[in-house]
Design a protein around this ligand. Structure first.
Ligand code: XIL
Length: 391
């Protein structure tokens, strides 16, 4: 059914895409109060309550899901991240015209429901509008102009959400798997960074400085994936340590944590290294710099890295068997044990979605569906939920 693959196709392309104590308002009451579509039933505890002494539990939301999943969201979560609505292309599709309406609605929902908001993401090599890197004549814009554009964007956005967004992913995915900076020379076109091509590594420090100037109270994060890779975590550590030496205002590191149900068996695949121990070493390394750590984009895919799945082997709600559900639950359990053990430095854990009906991992053009979250497609808790809440 499955074939091993050396050249990483479907499985890897998507994967390669790849606070502050508590909300202070946690009581023993049911925050959501509803027992309907996914809210907590009477007397049942919720994730939000169970983790109130540990860290805020977050979920990524989009322009539709915060409304359609409102019961689940307000019952179980204490923080949200906008999945796409605060990215560069969403907020400044054409130069100088900022479009905040959608993000503002989500932020209003958050403040009405006592949810923290993480802002994601100010500077990234993906999801940028075409004008950003262009001189308008078919060439790249000059370094001076790009720096101005970046500063103008960050200042406008961070000022707009000042006091409402408590933490920002300022720079996203600037380091490659081997620990080197992401450049314009990466083999795959969608891996190349125009920021680096035009500005060199200076864009990183400048992005943090500009965000800090706009909102000195916001917590500023460097966010990346595959932190369990020894070389990558060392590269991230070295970069952060240089930034801190230069007094750049960086406050934390985001670990994306798009995990799989088990590590890859193929030692040439990055997820071969996807173990609790390796991720824990990243938590320890980064926090040794005095930085806080947040898990920013957690999900546990059923698909294993380095394996090619043909259409017939895509999981469905039928082939997502009880055995698999429990294996997924065990995977969640072991990572959460480690997260809780580091609650002194881990200040937030955010899932990349709310329930299995709405996950980026099911957005493959191939139609491959995945079931990576704690709640199922009917918004009901899965064994993975029990594994996270029972401790
Ligand atoms: C993803 C969103 O979930 C998708 O809806 C979108 O099409 C692409 O981006 N790392 C990140 C996130 O930092 O911004 C990505 O979000 C997932 C990988």
């Amino acid at each position: 059914m499955r074939a091993q693959c050396a050249s990483l196709v479907v499985v890897c392309s998507l994967v390669a895409w790849t606070t502050v104590g508590c909300t202070g308002s946690e009581g023993t009451e049911e925050p959501g109060g509803s027992s309907g579509a996914g809210g907590a039933g009477d007397g049942e505890s919720t994730l939000r309550q169970e983790y109130s002494a540990y860290f805020p539990i977050g979920a990524a939301v989009d322009s539709g899901s915060y409304g359609s999943h409102a019961d689940l969201l307000t019952a179980h979560f204490s923080s949200i991240t906008t999945e796409n609505e605060m990215k560069f292309e969403s907020l400044q599709r054409s130069e100088g015209r900022f479009t905040y309406a959608t993000a503002d609605q989500i932020v209003e929902f958050a403040s009405a429901n006592d949810l923290l908001v993480r802002g994601h993401a100010l500077v990234w090599h993906r999801q940028n509008p075409p004008w950003l890197f262009s001189d308008g004549q078919g060439g790249d814009v000059s370094a001076d102009v790009l720096l101005e554009r970046m500063q103008a964007h960050i200042s406008n956005v961070v000022t707009h959400f000042k006091g409402k967004v408590y933490a920002w992913d300022v720079v996203n995915e600037a380091i490659m798997n081997d620990g080197a900076l992401r450049t314009a020379e990466e083999e795959a076109a969608d891996q190349q960074s125009k920021w680096y091509a035009i500005l060199g590594d200076a864009y990183i420090a400048e992005a943090f400085r500009t965000a800090h100037e706009a909102d000195p109270d916001a917590k500023l994060f460097y966010n990346d994936y595959y932190n369990y890779l020894p070389e990558k975590q060392r590269g991230i550590y070295d970069m952060l340590s240089r930034l801190l030496d230069e007094d750049v205002p960086v406050h934390g590191v985001g670990l994306q944590c798009h995990l799989s149900i088990e590590p890859s068996a193929d030692d040439s695949h990055p997820s071969y290294y996807q173990t609790v121990e390796n991720l824990e070493s990243a938590v320890e390394l980064y926090s040794s710099l005095g930085l806080e750590v947040q898990v920013t984009e957690l999900d546990v895919s059923l698909y294993v890295g380095g394996v090619i799945y043909d259409e017939a082997s895509f999981y469905t709600s039928v082939t997502f068997t009880e055995d698999l559900q429990h294996r997924q639950a065990d995977r969640y359990r072991e990572f959460f044990e480690m997260f809780r053990a580091h609650r002194d430095v881990i200040t937030g854990v955010t899932f990349w979605g709310i329930a299995d009906d709405n996950t980026w991992l099911s957005e493959f053009s191939s139609g491959r569906t995945d079931f990576p979250l704690l709640f199922d497609t009917d918004y009901q808790p899965k064994p993975a939920y029990d594994a996270v809440i029972d401790f």
